[in-house]
Design a protein around this ligand. Structure first.
Ligand SMILES: *[C@@H]1O[C@H](CO)[C@@H](O)[C@H](O)[C@H]1NC(C)=O
Length: 244
């Protein structure tokens, strides 16, 4: 038989679970829909793209590729977003590439977004496989671990800093799979320099499909008023046979 304390305990547990879920997500992240108070600018199309083929894949960070236009850091190619970059060209080194790739796009934003301080401007990446870092005009705005879910960051103050500049968005994406990723994989370094180039490594995988990588869902800029609906929770209940 249920003791009278049980429902109370259950409620506390539910509250804890809700609180944890809210902490993990930290915002509701409703899908952006255009309305009389929200505008959406979709950034699908060709972005500048450069794979960091340096042995430790770290040249982009060492040379701060996010600080200037990507084409000023070295050769870039056009890359469609959304798409899997390793399924696009005929270059086998890009098809088999493991490590950081860099995407960049310059966007002209509507003047009203800049002049109207009451407008929140948010960048939203639908998904990017696997680990991503996002900069706007050279300033890091967010970092995300996970290849399948959306993530976003507020960027209004950055694009208002210098309204004469277009808004330059840089996204670095790393497709390395480890035992902590979904799907999992592991990196194997091969140190025999008589047979392999210095720093040579292979990605081992434990699944039977291709490790598609890149920005896989659209990147959007959208606005909301500063007071906005962040999340909606519908709590259902029933009384006898009737839902409430
Ligand atoms: C990025 O890629 C390199 C090369 O595979 C790897 O060593 C490094 O751990 C990766 N970093 C992240 C955050 O995935």
């Amino acid at each position: 038989m249920l003791s009278p304390e049980r429902p109370g305990l259950f409620r506390v547990l539910c509250l804890c679970a809700l609180f944890e879920a809210a902490c993990l997500l930290n915002t509701g992240m409703l899908f952006p829909r255009e309305s009389s108070s929200r505008e959406v600018k979709e950034l699908s199309g060709l972005w500048s793209f450069r794979a960091d083929k340096s042995p430790d894949r770290n040249q982009g960070f060492d040379k701060a590729w996010y600080k200037s236009r990507l084409r000023e850091t070295g050769p870039v190619i056009d890359m469609p977003v959304p798409a899997s970059y390793n399924d696009i060209t005929q270059d086998p080194t890009l098809r088999d590439f493991i490590g950081w790739v860099w995407y960049e796009r310059e966007v002209v934003v509507p003047a009203r977004w800049i002049t109207d301080e009451g407008t929140r401007v948010v960048i939203r990446v639908g998904s990017a496989h696997y680990y991503s870092i996002v900069w706007v005009n050279g300033v890091k705005v967010t970092e995300h671990n996970g290849g399948h879910l959306p993530f976003e960051a507020e960027v209004g103050s950055l694009i208002r800093k210098d309204p004469t500049q277009p808004c330059r968005i840089t996204i670095a994406v790393n497709n390395t799979l480890t035992l902590e990723t979904l799907p999992p994989g592991s990196i194997q370094h091969i140190d025999d320099i008589t047979k392999y180039p210095k720093g040579f490594f292979v990605q081992n995988i434990y699944f039977d499909f291709f490790n598609y990588a890149g920005i896989h869902r659209p990147v959007l800029l959208y606005t909301t008023p500063t007071a906005y609906v962040d999340d909606i929770t519908v709590v259902t209940d029933f009384l006898d046979n009737t839902g409430k």
